[in-house]
Design a protein around this ligand. Sequence first.
Ligand code: DHB
Ligand code: MG
Length: 219
Amino acid sequence: MESTPAAWSKADAYLADLLVGHDPQLEAALDAQREAGLPEIEVAPVGGKLLNLLVRISGARRVLEIGTLGGYSTIWMARAVGPDGRVVTVEAEADNASVARASIDAAGVGDRVDIRVGRGADVLPTLDGGFDLVFIDADKESNTLYLDWAAKLGHPGTVIVLDNIGREGEIVRGDSTDSKVVGTREGLRMLGEDPRFDATALQTVGVKGWDGVALAIVV
Ligand code: DHB
Ligand code: MG
């Protein structure tokens, strides 16, 4: 079998079929997102399940998400924090937030999810800290700002997950003028250099093409 984007996608669908399975609430959230015309850039099913497992493995009870979109990843994490847990999710676009609110409520986890509408730069300084896991999946240009707030709002041991660190291999192009690539590279550099973090990153291939995710701990 050739190693092509089509093959990666097919293998990813196979893995999702085996390990994630049919999930009417999550599928309804994706349908609602598509019907509302939101971009279809949510995490892959296997990536959502990874977030769910990371929350459970780390025992996180307070989760911060930056970039709600249609609430797909939010639902995955809200399920994982349990009935006494809480997910605070920050979304810049009010239209996205209302789609997410409806889907999160329909998934039965609305009471654990607090959606804060506004730019991260404005909302994050207003939050109480103590987050055990932070998922950063918003405008890549602000990655360093979000990582700084993740450290401030976390504690030693807080898990940080940073999405989209691969960007179709563009990250190795130091001369790239794409602001998303520049922001991704700056976030990765911060994870490597800033003594508040200890991190690694994994490239991924699948239904979202060639991308990846960084994992860090607040030391
Ligand atoms: C983009 C953003 C994402 O969070 C993602 O997972 C994929 C693409 C984007 O802005 O291009
Ligand atoms: Mg993403």
